[in-house]
Design a protein around this ligand. Sequence first.
Ligand code: SF4
Ligand code: SF4
Length: 110
Amino acid sequence: MSACTSCGACCACYRVEFPVYQMVFAGGTVPGDMAEEVNGNTWRMNGTGTVPIRCAALTGTVGEQVGCSICSLRPAPCHELVEGSEGCQRARTKRGLPALEGLQARPATL
Ligand code: SF4
Ligand code: SF4
């Protein structure tokens, strides 16, 4: 079973930036009210540009029960961060959560 639904640390740790073509208005999936423009080519999930970081799409309480309100529409970086990877473990450590033991790295599923 995935640890992600009781974690969410990566969604409250990292700046989530992606190419403009992943925005709905440019033919992608990310809703316009969920992200802000960084520059002409790059957009960023709201809530991930300033500390304390917490993506605007994250629901619930980190370390307890969480979800992504745009799960099927989320940008590429969210698909690329792998549960059990170094980036995952680093995020968990930052949020005071224990490292995941004996886990085969796999895509995060919130
Ligand atoms: S990928 Fe790792 S840090 Fe992100 S929600 Fe899943 S277990 Fe938590
Ligand atoms: S879009 Fe969803 S998966 Fe991506 S950082 Fe935000 S809450 Fe997490």
